[in-house]
Structure formats: C-alpha cells, structure tokens
Design a binder for this molecule. Sequence first.
Ligand code: M6R
Length: 366
Amino acid sequence: EKGGYDHFMLKEIYEQPNAIVDTYRGRMLVDKGIIRMAGVDDNIEKFTNAKRIIIVACGTSWHAGLVAEYIFEDIARIPVEVEYASEFRYRNPIINKNDVVIAISQSGETADTMAAIKLAKEKGAFVFGVCNVVGSSISRETHAGAYTHAGPEIGVASTKAFTTQITVLSLIALKLAKAKGEINNADFHYHLQELDLIPGKIKKALEANDHIKEVAKKYMNAANFLYLGRGFNFPVALEGALKLKEISYIHAEGYPAAEMKHGPIALIDEKMPVVVIATKKGHYEKVVSNIQEIKSREGRIIGIVTEGDEDVRSMANYVIEVPDTIEAFTPLLTTIPLQLLSYHIAVMLNKNVDQPRNLAKSVTVE
Ligand code: M6R
C-alpha cells in the first residue's frame, strides 16, 4: 500500500506531479485558454463583487492560504486576509456584505475551521471550501467549493495536500483575474502554460533527493533551524519549519527574511542551520544580502535556489536547485526540497514519520 516507499509521507511527496495534474485536469484547458470550475462559475458574481476575501484554515492549510494571499492580490487584485480559524471564530470578526470566505482543509473535518465556517455563514458571508476529502463535513457545510483531487493523504505531515491546495487557489485567482479584466489574454495564457509545466518541474526538483539526504545527514543533530523566505516564499519558509518540527521534533522557526534583523539574527552562530529560499525572482538581491549577514555570523546556509544560480552557491554551505518558473508558482517548487529535508532528518533520527507523537491526521477537537 505504500507503493514500494518506506513511508506514506515519501510516497505522497513523490505523488505530487501526478496529484497536481489531477487537480487541474478538466479544469484548465491550456489550448483553449479556459479555466472551468463549476463552484466558481456558478457563483462568479459573488467573487467578482467581493471587496475582500477572507481565508480561514489551520496548520499547513493556513500556509497554503498565505501563499494564496500573495497570488490573489498580485494576479486578481482582490484584497485578502488570512486567518487562523481558531482565532477568527472567537474574535467576533467583522464580516461585510460582499465578503467571500474561503475555507481550506485537507481532511474537511477540522473542528476550528468548521466553527469558523458556521460563524461566517451566520454573518451572511458566501463560504467557499477547498477540501481534499470528498463528502467531508466542511465540503458539505460550505455553499460551494472545489476539491483538490490529491487522492488520500495518509501521512500526518501534509505534503501533496499543500501543493494541490495552492494549485486550486491559483486556478481560482487566474479565473477571477480574467473575469475582472485584471490580466490580459497573453499573460493569462502564459500563466496556464507555466502551471502546466509545474508537474514536470516538480519531477526535476525531486531528482535532488540524494543530495538532500547528504544535507540531512550533515544537520540532523542541530537543535534549532531557521527558515527564511520573502514574498510568495515567506509562507513556504513557515511550512518548511512546520514540517521539520512535527516529524523530527527539532525546533524550527520560519521568518520573513527581512525580519531577521529585528530579532532572530541574535540566534545565529555556527550551530544554526538557516534554510534560505533564494530563487532568482522578486527580492533575490535582498535575500542574497540577508545570506551575507548570516554568513558573517557563521550561520550555516542551505540555499534553495534556481537552477544555475552562482551567487548563493558561492556563499552557502549547500545549495539545492529547483527549476525556474514564474514567481507566483515558485512555492510549488521550493516546497519540495523542504519536504524531503524534513523527511530524511526524521528518518535518520528514527522518528515515526507517518504518525508523529501527539498529532492526529484530522483535528476534530478544538
Ligand atoms: O485537514 P486540515 O487541512 O484542515 O488540517 C489542518 C492542520 O491540522 C494540518 O495541516 C496540520 O498542520 C498538518 N499536520 C501539517 O502537516
């Protein structure tokens, strides 16, 4: 049942190229330049009239929501707020007419997310679900939705659910951008073509597995890890840190790279591995100068870089390459090495990768 893999987590990491194809199959028609999603099409005015989108979720799904915030704002120019469902539900949140709430949940059973949905509905919001498990409670409680179609995710650490959630949310953002006239046809087409290339590029990123094992071996005994990223890749830094924490029990923190100087830089010494997402996009130069600051304090640098990168390679202890893509889709690639890194460290430390202590696959209590 693990398909020849040692753990479900590894199997699910390797399933991502196919899972993403399953997510966009029948929805994204690249040649025709169309995205069809019944749940969105049937409610298109609610989305295009939305003054704001509020995303509610927990854990990794919340991180997918943060990536979506960058994508929606960049491509569709709709303001987005991303809330922990557990905070939202107890805060007497302000929900205005025309707000659209998107709830993201792999299991579709998370108690806090469910409560947030009920509250949003009571306040009159239109609630859209992004779930993986078909027929789950959340998929039934929401007004409309889109499944991720990632297939069953058994490992407690979420992997393919995350990348397929980002895929669904990217499709929605592109669809809304088109409907609102925020993107021209050529650019829209270009995005579809690039998204279509992502599964192949993930396969390429997975080829770094043996090299990532070496990195894991080198740093498996560290007591702490720092993960840094900016822009679209800031949430990926948070996700990388969560993956490491939950399966290896090593303390890890994710930070926006530029926030380092406001505190966490004090932690850096020769014992601190710092994973820096530094793809050749957006804030590359700024991230490179953050890397210099880490290096001058003797921090150990693991750079997640675009293929062919030279600058980070000259400074880092290790670099792990991912293929190039448009900035909005880089999280789909940069996440891959972080999943593998945490997986190998947990295996080397003899931890129970698929069933980490104290954790359950679906958190049905608050
Ligand atoms: O099923 P959900 O997506 O609602 O679950 C949310 C979180 O409990 C979940 O993502 C959790 O953080 C994972 N263990 C992360 O790997």
